[in-house]
Design a protein around this ligand. Structure first.
Ligand code: PEP
Length: 247
């Protein structure tokens, strides 16, 4: 069976009650490709508002999750709390959290495990900086990030991998289809060699980094690109065109 195309929208720390409600109404009424799985990640403050008003075919994702289930962890949210609130997904390892908040591979892996144990599905992000790409370390960096997850998690059936080159996030510089396909195919090979052949075949590997309605169709044609994680463009009406990239 083929891998279902997957499009995630990461709103980051953007939006107000009004603007996010408008996006929800737009997504509720837009013609969306029924073959695409769609998940949106609003800021934490708006998760319940979005879950309440968004149609049930679209899942809601937390931009963060902690690696403990409850307790004295001020400001954090657990997988159990998200699950209880019908928030089915969490993002782990986004490069902004790695770079700005200092999240290391080991912590990203713990959060991923806690999210899975707490009943969530997880979008695990990986990707190299420009400096790492220019010194030919892309595959090393990405597989090291994923190895940390594999050390704590054997079951990859509830994980989507987002390959997001840091130099392409929010910069308008999208990776070429060839650059993206090359890394996606290397990740799939890594899964086959280090997790299982089944995981390599079944795991969705999505691309993120300045995806827009203009470049999505070409990227979506690549064999190992199973969808997108979309930042800036997920706040715009054109997000629908990205969801429909396979049509
Ligand atoms: C992201 O935040 O994951 C992202 C890919 O952002 P953008 O689409 O804006 O580059």
């Amino acid at each position: 069976m083929g891998r279902q195309f997957f499009v995630g929208g990461n709103f980051k720390m953007n939006g107000t009650i009004k603007s996010i409600t408008d996006i929800v109404h737009h997504l509720n009424s837009a013609p969306l490709d029924p073959k695409t799985e769609v998940v949106i990640a609003p800021p934490g403050l708006f998760l319940l508002l979005v879950r309440e008003h968004l149609k049930s075919e679209i899942e809601v994702c937390s931009q963060n999750v902690f690696d403990k289930s409850n307790g004295a962890f001020t400001g954090e949210i657990s997988a159990e709390q998200l699950n209880d609130s019908k928030i089915g997904w969490a993002l782990c390892g986004h490069s902004e959290r790695r770079a700005i908040l200092g999240e290391q591979d080991e912590f990203v892996a713990s959060k991923t495990k806690a999210a899975l144990d707490g009943g969530l599905r997880v979008i695990v992000c990986c990707g190299e900086t420009l400096e790492q790409r220019e010194s030919d370390k892309t595959i090393d960096v990405v597989t090291t990030q994923l190895k940390a997850v594999a050390e704590k998690t054997k079951d990859w059936s509830k994980i989507v991998i987002a390959y997001e080159p840091v130099w392409a996030i929010g910069t308008g510089k999208v990776a070429s289809t060839q650059q993206a396909q090359e890394v996606h195919s290397a990740i799939r090979k890594w899964l086959a060699d280090n997790v299982s052949k089944e995981a390599a075949e079944a795991t969705r590997i999505i691309y993120g980094g300045s995806v827009s309605e203009k470049n999505c169709k070409e990227l979506a044609r690549e064999e190992d690109i199973d969808g997108f994680l979309v930042g800036g463009a997920s706040l715009k009406p054109a997000f629908v065109d990205i969801i429909n990239a396979k049509q």
